[in-house]
Structure formats: C-alpha cells, structure tokens
Ligand binder design. Structure first.
Ligand code: KIV
Ligand code: ZN
Length: 388
C-alpha cells in the first residue's frame, strides 16, 4: 500500500492562543509563523480575523510573511466573519477559510438557539460564501463527537456538495476515547456518500489526556489531516500536541503504514522553545519529545544500557527532534568556545560581537549559579535582543 500524506494543520496561533496566558502580539505571531514554516507545517491557522482588530492584523501580517504554508483564518458561519477572514488573508500566496458551526443538540439548543435544519442551511451558505474569497474552504462541525450521527452525515454531505474541500471533525470538549473516535471517522467514511471528494480532518481536545491518542486512532481509520498545536497548548487542557503526533507517526512507521508527514522534525525542539519564550510558559520536564527529561538518562542501569547500545532505552534520537546532543554542562569554568557551541545547538547563529556581550553576561550569571541551563541562556539572548 502506498503511503498517503498526512496534512499537519497547526492551530497554535488560533486555538493555542485562545488559552489563558498564551496570548501573543502581532510580531510574536509572525515570528512563530515563520518558525512553523521552517518546521514545514502544511497549514498555519493564524487566528480568528473577526475576533478583534489585533487578530485581524495578525492574520494579515502572517499572510504577508508566509510563502509556502497555507495561511488560514477561522470564521463563524456568518458572512461578516467570512468577509473579515477573506480580507485578512488576501495577501497570502496560499489561503484557506475555516468556517464552523456547532452540530450537537446541546450546542444548537443552548448556544445557537437554532433548529438543526437552520444549522444545516447556514453551514452550506457559509461554505458557498467563503468560496468567493478562496477555493480552499474547510468546514468544521463543532462538537461533532457529541452530535447525532445521521444529522452529522447530512451536514458533511451538504457542505461537500457546496464546495468544502476539507471536513473537520472536532472533539470539542475532549470527551471521546480512541476506539470511539476512530469508529466515528470510519462511520463518516462509510456513510457520507460523497466523502471521497473531501479530506477528513480531526481536531481533538485534551480534557481527558486523550487528544493525541484520539487523533492517531482517527488517522488509522482514514483521517488525512490532523489539527494540532506546539506543546499541545489550546483551550482548557489543550489540543493534540504536534510534536507527539508527528513523532508517533515517524517512530512507529511500521504501525502507521498508511501515512507520512513532511514535517522537518529537526525543527521541533526549536519551535517548542520559541513558543515557551514568547508565552513565558514552559513545558513540564517529563513532557514527551520536548521536555527537559525526554532524552535524559539518570538511572545508572539505564546509562549503562545506553552506553552499551543506544536503542536499549531510546526509541528516537535527540538529534532527530533538534534537541542539542551535547551534554556539556555549562558553568563558571566553561569557556567561550563551549558557550558558542551551545548557542549554535540552540539554533542561534549570532555575530561574534554579540557572542562576546552574551558571554560576559553568562560568566556573571555562572558566578551566582552552579549550573547555567538552556533557559538561562535563552533569557540572556532575549534580553539582549529586546535591548537592541
Ligand atoms: O474545538 C473546536 O471545536 C474548535 C473549532 C472551531 C474547530 O476549535
Ligand atoms: Zn478547538
């Protein structure tokens, strides 16, 4: 069987940014988007253009600066939202409008106060209207997992007929389990008559810690696009973590035989660190793939095994995700050479005079601390850049 490409749709700048404590300025979003492009994500959801002036500006600036990834804006199924999205995305080389409306009984009754037939009509109308601004329209049935199945199939069939190229299946409240979510995707494939004309996408929240597992189960059952965020940030407990989805597919290519991704995995660590620095929120040490302990081997028995044969305790190499391989501990005795090497490993190629300034600051700090960590060095760099 030939592997199919799994489209990586990054929503760090939209769903991720919606979480308390993760808001970003326009400049920060552009910086993050440029790094996401180096990571080679297929789609960057840059924001929700109609949400605020700032969000509009951010989508527009990302659209102006990104050349290869598709730039996307979220829009409710409302003409005014879709117009804002279209306007903000106009400068993009490749643009997508992602329009959504809720389809679950609880959302339709209490939030939208709309009858199912009205929701269906609005969804179709929104997709048709969005096609005035781009031929790449994605439709999300918000709270799809808790929606009534027959209705969900009808909505998807109708929006595909209206021209949606991607239909997205969110588990908005993170309620699904992997088996159930995989079955939902298989059922959509088997019951939506025109499903072959669209890509099935998934968007999983992590309220029960199952977002990545649910996304991967969906892939096994036919999803070919996954929404995810760097470090798994997002509303409440977050979204599926990009680095975990991508590395699971890469490391377990023997199991995920159906797909591959085009993510440049060597950029994963740098992207994770950039997000941490921008938001001031760091991941826990035991976080899979990007946590400080993800590749650290403390126990003697493990160290022994690693030295004898790496794969005794390592299923992937730190270098594959861009984690600095060097284990040199930086402290007050470290020289300029070791310091410069660590800067390069962390992804900073700075002019010599900048390195001199930073090295002097590093020495002062090392006098006060036993060990200088990567975060300390990054803080020094950030401080230096801010003072320019
Ligand atoms: O969680 C959700 O349902 C969403 C949609 C807007 C895709 O974020
Ligand atoms: Zn969401």
């Amino acid at each position: 069987m030939e592997r199919e490409k799994l489209i990586i749709f990054d929503t760090t700048l939209r769903d991720g940014e919606q979480a308390p404590g993760f808001s970003m300025t326009v400049e920060e979003k552009v910086k993050m988007a440029q790094q996401l492009e180096r990571l080679n994500v297929d789609v960057i959801e840059a924001g929700f253009a109609a949400a605020s002036e700032g969000d509009f500006e951010a989508v527009r600036k990302v659209a102006e600066n990104i050349k290869t990834s598709i730039v996307c804006s979220l829009a409710r199924a409302l003409n005014s939202d879709i117009e804002k999205a279209g306007e903000a995305l106009a400068p993009a080389e490749r643009r997508r409008i992602h329009t959504f409306i809720a389809t679950s009984p609880i959302h339709m009754q209490y939030k939208l106060k709309m009858k199912p037939e009205e929701v269906l009509e609005r969804a179709v109308q929104a997709v048709k209207y969005a096609l005035n601004f781009t031929d790449d329209v994605e439709f999300s049935a918000e709270d799809a997992f808790r929606s009534e199945r027959e209705f969900l199939y009808r909505v998807f069939e109708a929006v595909i007929n209206a021209g949606a190229k991607t239909i997205n299946v969110p588990d908005t409240v993170g309620y699904a389990t992997p088996e159930e979510f995989g079955k939902l995707i298989a059922d959509i494939k088997n019951n939506v008559p025109n499903i072959d004309k669209a890509v099935i996408s998934v968007h999983c929240h992590n309220d029960l810690g199952l977002a990545v597992a649910n996304s991967l189960s969906a892939v096994k059952n036919g999803a070919r696009q996954v929404h995810c965020t760097i470090n798994g940030i997002g509303e409440r407990a977050g979204n599926a973590a990009l680095e975990e989805v991508v590395m699971a597919i890469k490391v377990r290519h023997d199991y995920f035989k159906e797909v591959y991704t085009e993510i440049n995995t060597k950029e994963i660590y740098k992207t994770s660190r950039l997000l941490c620095r921008i938001t001031g929120s760091f991941v826990q040490p035991n976080k899979a793939i990007v946590g400080d302990n993800a590749f650290a081997h403390e126990a003697g028995i493990h160290q022994h095994g690693i030295l004898a044969h790496r794969e005794t305790y390592e299923i992937m190499r730190a270098e594959d995700v861009g984690v600095p391989a060097s284990k040199i501990i930086l402290g007050k005795h470290s020289g300029r050479h070791a310091f410069k090497t660590r800067l390069t490993e962390l992804g900073y190629n700075l002019p010599e005079e900048k390195i001199d300034i930073l090295f002097a600051k590093f020495k002062k700090l090392a006098d006060k601390k036993k060990e200088v960590f990567d975060e300390d060095i990054e803080a020094l760099i950030f401080e230096e850049i801010a003072s320019e």
